[in-house]
Design a protein. Sequence first.
Length: 186
Amino acid sequence: MSITLAIKSLFSISHSNEWLIVRFAQSSDKKLFEQLYDNCANDLYHFLVTQSDMHLAKDISQRTWLKVFERPHLYKESGRFNAWLFTVARNLLIDEFRRSTRCEPLTGAPLDQLKTSFEFADPIETIFDKVLMSLPFEQREGFCLQQEGFGLQEIADITGCGVETVKSRIRYAKNSLREQLEKYHD
């Protein structure tokens, strides 16, 4: 069975996300869009759920993909598709925070006020999620984008701030995470 999979992988052509979005913009071929979605949807949702709640993350994810589907020509070929996708999602999320009364995630919440939606999660993961959600929005955002594999310049581009600011936010986030998790460890 593994030989069959190895042979299939030799003949399957995988294209970069950048190639897929450019071709989709030219042809409107839904198969290309589906492949883009399959490549990136989980990462995008994961990032959004670390910045908000599950329901809002689903909503923003859907709105982001709708925007990509309707306006693929807005992608500029000078950068990674994922960075552009996350920028679109972040902007929609910030717009939603401004439009609604859900501004709490922008400032972070005290640990004892956070409710976990992970009833059956590992206690260590639950603690980490609580600590992560207690970070101020900008720190949590920078840290999570770095965990998603973005470099400092890409994070700066996504968030619209300087590289040094991104470095500081990530450093503060890591220090705060370390301090809070050490309290739980003791």
